[in-house]
Each structure stands twice: as C-alpha cells, then as structure tokens.
Design a protein around this ligand. Structure first.
Ligand SMILES: Nc1ncnc2c1ncn2[C@@H]1O[C@H](COP(=O)(O)OP(=O)(O)OP(=O)(O)O)[C@@H](O)[C@H]1O
Length: 309
C-alpha cells in the first residue's frame, strides 16, 4: 500500500514563496488532513506532489514519482479542481471518456457514479449540478481506476452537512481498507472531525506533521471551567498562583494556566465551595493559531514545530 514521501517542496510565484521547503509523509490506513488557511499553499503543494506545477523538491508514491508511475490512474486518484467539465456532456459520458483514456471499461463510469451517490443523475450534464454534486463527480473521476491513494483538495467545499457526513464516512471506510488518503481543508472543524493525522501549513511553511491529538495537546490551550460560590476570591487565588481568568460569567470562571488538580487544590486550601469543575480542551482552530504564532515568533529556522509522533 502506498506511502507518500514529500521532500523539499518549494514554489515561487514571481518573487513570492507560495511553498517553502515542505517535507512530510502520508501513511496508508488512515486519513491525513492537510490543514492551513486560505492562501497558505495547500493547492500549490498538491500540484507539486503530482508534478503539475514546476518547482523544487520531489514526491514519491511507494518510491516512484507520479510521472514514473506506469499506470497513474490505477495508483493515485486526485481531485484538485472539480470545475473542469464539458458543458453538455452527461456525467456518465464525462466519466466514460476518462475511463477510455485510462484503458478502463466504460462500465466503471456507472460504478463510480453509484459509489459517490450520483447514480440518479448520471444522464444529466454537470453544468446544472450544485457545487457539492460537482465535488462528488470529481471524486468519482478520482476513483475510476480503483487507486490505493487519494489526493483531494478541499473536497468538502460546497457540501451541505449531509454531504459532509457522507464524505467523512466514505473516506473513513476507504482508509480503513488500507488505502492512503490525503485531504486538504481550510475548515479546521471539518478536519477535526475525521483526520487522524495532520500536516499543517501556514504561509507556505510546514508547521507540523503529527497525530491530530498530539498537535492539539502541543498547541491547544487547555482550560478549566469552575463554578464556585466565591468567584471573586477564587479568581484572585488563581491569579496569585500564576493562572489567568479570561472569562467570568456570574459564579462560573474559565481558568487558563492551571490544570484541574491545581484549581481544586487552590479552592480547597482557601476553603472555597466548588460546585462544578471540568477540563475543557481547545479547538483545532486555536491550536493552529498558536502553532502559527509560534512559527512567526521564532522566525525561519524554527518554523517547523516538532511534535512527537
Ligand atoms: N498561479 C499563481 N500565480 C501567482 N500566485 C499564485 C498562483 N497560485 C497560487 N498563488 C499564490 O500562492 C499562495 C498559495 O496559494 P494556494 O492556492 O496554494 O493556497 P491554498 O492554501 O490552496 O489556498 P485556498 O485554501 O484558498 O485554496 C497564495 O499566496 C496565492 O496567492
């Protein structure tokens, strides 16, 4: 099963670096999310991986570059731009044309249309499709050669919550069969829901290549939510102990900088009555912002934040 090794990917547009010395691995059997805000270099990186853009660096799929693959359609399925369809050709004919070009039987067109839930609209031209349906058609094209690797650029774009749920289930199932899935999104909450591993990019630089949980633990802010009958006294005690109270709502305080045990001990030592005490982990978005801030703060040499694998 395919393992992707991307090494030293770089690309400039004019004088500006879109992607700078980005290296990471994508392992089979799990969904790897490729995370970064708009304009951070995700699409450019994916195009470099497939040799569609000229730049520096190399990407190997089980040891071979995309151009070296004898039968790329059967090895790597890519969804990079779902908008490129013939205006009048039906979805089925569009896929049959791709199948013919790849030496695959025309029956694959209907198989993949059914696989992505577009069987009922096979005779219609994609011109009238919604963005979410176009994404499904693009995914059908990527799947046509039964590849063991999928590279999907923002496949959830334009999908409604039902479509998102379907995509997540589909990719989870596909990865669980031992396939390799590399999927980008600028919507951090989407990836948080289904990626097991994340490659994180900001301003063209790699910020992390780590399990999602480790990334969150390293860069997320753990908070403690505590309710007490003496909020003023507890807040003062927290601040004395080096913590902070960024939010206050009546008797409920949100504490950062101290863990649950420290807050409990503090309240007990001051004999303050606590009626609720819970640890709340931060969002992926927050972790991303912290990782980006750290990379800017420490400059170029330490832009890559190491997170234990
Ligand atoms: N053809 C191009 N010519 C000039 N600049 C480009 C070109 N393509 C991308 N860029 C620039 O390179 C940077 C990275 O763009 P890229 O599209 O790879 O980001 P992205 O992370 O995929 O963004 P999005 O989430 O919006 O798709 C951006 O600053 C973008 O403006």
């Amino acid at each position: 099963m395919a393992r992707i090794e991307a090494r030293g990917l770089s690309k400039r547009f004019g004088g500006k670096h879109a992607v700078r010395d980005v290296s990471f691995d994508v392992e089979p059997g799990r969904i790897t999310g490729f995370l970064g805000p708009n304009g951070s270099g995700k699409s450019t990186t994916m195009r470099l991986m497939l040799g569609l853009d000229l730049g520096q660096g190399e990407t190997r799929f089980d040891g071979e570059t995309y151009r070296e693959l004898a039968d790329p359609v059967r090895r790597v399925g890519a969804l990079l731009d779902s908008g490129a369809f013939h205006p009048r050709r039906s979805a089925r004919d569009h896929l049959r044309m791709i199948a013919r070009g790849a030496g695959l039987p025309p029956s694959r067109a209907d198989e993949v249309l059914n696989q992505v839930g577009l069987g009922a609209v096979a005779d219609r031209p994609p011109k009238g499709f919604s963005l979410g349906m176009n994404q499904r058609l693009g995914l059908a094209a990527a799947l046509i050669g039964r590849p063991d690797t999928l590279l999907l650029d923002e496949p959830a774009n334009g999908m409604d919550p039902q479509g998102m749920r379907w995509l997540r289930d589909f990719l989870e199932h596909y990865a669980a069969e031992g396939n390799t899935v590399f999927v980008s999104s600028h919507l951090l909450a989407d990836l948080e829901a289904f990626a097991e591993h994340v490659v994180v990019i900001g301003q063209g630089r790699l910020l992390a290549d780590s399990p999602l949980k480790a990334f969150m633990a390293a860069h997320g802010v753990e908070r403690v939510r505590v309710r007490t009958t003496e909020p003023e006294q507890l807040a003062a005690a927290v601040e004395d102990a080096g913590g902070a109270v960024p939010e206050r709502d009546g008797e409920r305080l949100t504490v950062t900088g101290l863990d649950v045990k420290a807050v409990a001990e503090l309240a007990a030592s001051r004999r303050l009555l606590v009626t609720e005490l819970v640890a709340v982990s931060g969002s992926l978005e927050e972790a991303f912002l912290n990782a980006s801030a750290a990379s800017v703060e420490y400059g170029t040499d330490q832009a890559r934040i190491e997170v234990t694998r």
